[in-house]
Design a protein around this ligand. Structure first.
Ligand code: HAM
Length: 420
């Protein structure tokens, strides 16, 4: 049965049969955040458009092609957030969080918006989980942020993923590298896609992570950023690797990771699902030491990551992992007759008040129909209250798994269910 309207292309509903999976994954993430002493931050889903142009970058695909921009009634230009880092850093500066205790390790969840071509694992409204660690450029912090992501994926039970890391250097080293790339790619100019021809002029590193086949092939023997790092960036990158080894986190150095957002410097990393097809980046992150200053704050280094829930769930399904138990009621109340019905609805309130989840369906009257529904809900127990029981002040408690039933005093019901 199709109604008149459909969800917009690239968006979807999270239905009750799926939402428990989201809750499960969110809870594991929150648990890891607690272990790492990160606190939640929530920012609006729309921000001043300029915030993203300045940070993610005017020449990035996100700003150039994918932003949902709109004008409000006063002519201000806003954008639905395409990512979470710029808003978090904006909030960090605006609220002076650098001066507040326990406020520089932050995590967030929420919908992000990018006008991209939808496909499996890629949506126009998608949901990210992410963390930002602002204030330190110690390479240990890089390893810690990476270990957060690693621990999260591991705690979910995922196995088919690979951590790839790179250093994209700093302003100091990037100029020579960009020139080397321009020189390298110029003979292949006609073989590059139209986007990459532009990228070569403005931001040649982006050619390295183009997904178009001819660009990929031509990038095979391109010079490596790692040969152009200055001493400081080289030492930093080596230390990050040492720390990762010390804490037993397996990784591969992949000099082709450049990340598509302009604010990155030095460490860049991705967790790749080795089974998923085209959209196989589970998590992407990196250092953004110049971002706070660019947004008008003090010079404050930072590093973080974000991952898409959709891809994570796909990977978990692929690996046949558990999402915990779907929510089912503990009790289904069956009442027979008007008087029992009246007592029943009071009892329901009492059960729920005492933390016992209870289902009841006033539309069903016969014993048979109510018992069938009780079965469908997956309730652990049925409570059956008929006129006979009511007269005796009793109620029947039936264990739905083994069919055992016994009569107990109505007044004892809360206590006997609490123990179960
Ligand atoms: P990003 O690489 O643009 O980085 O996105 C991070 C992750 O979000 C991707 O690896 C992917 O899992 C998911 N994702 C991105 N676009 C889509 C889409 N259209 N549909 C579904 N999932 C998607 C960032 O957003 C940075 N803010 C990460 C970061 C945080 N860097 C430092 N701190």
């Amino acid at each position: 049965m199709a109604g008149k309207y459909k969800v917009p292309r690239g968006t979807y509903d999270i239905l009750p049969s799926e939402s428990y999976k989201w809750q499960f994954v969110t809870n594991v993430f929150k648990e890891v955040a607690r272990e790492f002493n990160y606190k939640e931050i929530v920012t609006p889903i729309f921000e001043n458009n300029e915030l993203f142009e300045r940070s993610v970058g005017e020449d990035s695909d996100i700003v150039e092609k994918e932003m949902y921009k709109f004008e409000d009634k006063k002519g201000r230009i806003f954008a639905l957030r395409p990512e979470g880092t710029a808003p978090v850093v904006r909030s960090f500066i605006e609220n002076g969080l650098m001066l507040k205790p326990n406020s520089s390790k932050l995590y967030y969840f929420g919908p992000m918006f990018r006008y991209d071509r939808p496909q499996k694992g890629r949506y126009r409204q998608f949901y990210q989980y992410g963390i930002e660690n602002i204030g330190s450029n110690d390479p240990y912090i890089d390893a810690e942020v990476i270990s957060f992501a690693y621990m999260f994926l591991s705690k979910l039970g995922l196995k088919n993923f690979e951590l790839q890391i790179n250093s994209i250097g700093c302003k100091n080293c990037t100029q020579d590298y960009d020139n080397a790339l321009k020189e390298y790619f110029t003979p292949y100019l006609n073989d590059l896609c139209s986007d990459c021809r532009k990228r070569l002029m403005k931001n040649p590193k982006r050619v390295l992570d183009c997904k178009v086949n001819t660009c990929k092939v031509n990038a095979d023997n391109a010079p490596s950023m790692l040969d152009y790092l200055d001493e400081n960036c080289k030492t930093h990158f080596n230390k990050v690797q040492e720390y990762l080894k010390q804490i037993n986190i397996p990784f591969k150095v992949n000099p082709k990771i450049v990340r598509g957002l302009d604010y990155y410097s030095q460490t860049a990393f991705e967790f790749i699902d080795t089974n998923l097809g085209a959209q196989n980046t589970l998590i992407g992150g990196g250092r953004y030491d110049g971002l706070a200053e660019q947004l008008g704050g003090k010079n404050m280094p930072g590093i973080g990551f974000a991952g898409g829930f959709e891809r994570l769930l796909l990977s978990m399904e692929e690996e046949k992992l558990s999402f915990g138990k779907q929510q089912t009621p503990k009790v289904y109340l069956i009442t027979l007759g008007n008087e029992a019905g009246a007592t029943g609805i009071k009892l329901i309130m009492e059960l729920r008040m005492n933390g016992i989840s209870t289902a009841f369906d006033p539309d069903k009257t016969s014993m048979n129909a109510q018992m069938k529904t009780a079965n469908k809900t997956g309730a652990e127990f049925a409570l059956i209250l008929g006129e006979d029981e009511l007269k005796k002040g009793k109620i029947i408690l039936k264990n739905m798994a083994n069919g055992e039933q016994k009569e107990i005093n109505i007044t004892d019901i809360i206590n006997s269910l609490k123990d179960k």
